[in-house]
Design a protein around this ligand. Structure first.
Ligand SMILES: [Zn+2]
Length: 249
């Protein structure tokens, strides 16, 4: 099947239709969880897709490790104001601040190339296996970007996480980021998934919203130049600011 095409300017399926689909998803609960490992392709994926889960886990006393595969240096390749190294430095700081808002430690950075993760899947899977540790360790859950999300880096992380979790008998939740922009609930790629809905407490929701505000380099223009436009414009960001999150198994 050809991969989906992400059009950031598109309005996508109206939120009300996604919301009626989400209401039919089974609730996600965190009973017996001891440790949560959240894998992100770029700094901000972890908060867009799983910020509420991270805050909820921390509030429940669950250890959380956030892993960012890249430093996100490729978000504005034609920027006349921000070099890749300046962008990386900004995004590392943003992700640290966001983790702090979620009461989590700063992300573990792998420093792999933004835009090139498909060539590093084995390394990603090996890093995750190391973090998981012993096979079938009770209470360990992994969350990762969805293997069919539509962005090559997100998909590489999703495939690597699936391999590491299959090898270690670890429960894996995929979180969609770009899916909302191109999919519909009856899309063939979604039909084989079992979705689950996490309803955030007011405190977890507020922490997620504060964490999202840290990613100014992605959600606000870097300058007036067209190449410095926001990567996640307001109509896309709104899909992530509601009181629920969706996970796919
Ligand atoms: Zn991303």
């Amino acid at each position: 099947m050809a991969g989906p095409v992400i059009d950031v300017a598109a309005r996508g399926l109206p939120e009300a239709r996604w919301e009626s689909w989400r209401r039919r998803c089974a609730p996600l609960r965190l009973p017996d969880w001891r440790e949560l490992i959240v894998m992100a392709a770029h700094p901000d994926d972890e908060v867009l897709g799983a910020g509420g889960l991270i805050a909820s886990a921390r509030a429940a006393g669950i250890a959380v490790t956030i892993v960012t595969a890249t430093d996100g240096e490729g978000s504005h390749p034609d920027s006349p104001t921000h070099s890749p190294s300046r962008l990386a430095a900004l995004r590392i700081d943003e992700a640290r601040s966001a983790a702090s808002e979620l009461n989590a430690d700063p992300p573990v950075r792998l420093g792999l190339p933004d835009g090139g993760l498909a060539a590093h899947e084995d390394r990603l899977a090996a890093e995750l296996r190391d973090l998981i540790g012993d096979i079938r360790r009770p209470g360990v859950v992994c969350a990762a970007t969805w293997r069919y999300d539509g962005h090559p880096d997100h998909e590489a992380v999703g495939r690597a996480a699936a391999a590491a979790c299959a090898a270690t008998g670890t429960d894996l939740l995929h979180y969609p980021v770009w899916m909302w922009q191109w999919a519909t609930p009856d899309h063939p790629l979604l039909r084989d998934c079992v979705p689950a809905r996490l309803t955030l407490t007011p405190a977890a929701h507020a922490a997620k919203c504060r964490a999202l505000e840290c990613f100014r380099s992605q959600f606000l223009p870097l300058s007036d130049h067209p190449a410095d436009a926001p990567i996640v414009p307001p109509h896309v960001l709104r899909r992530f600011t509601g009181p629920t999150e969706t996970y796919l198994r």
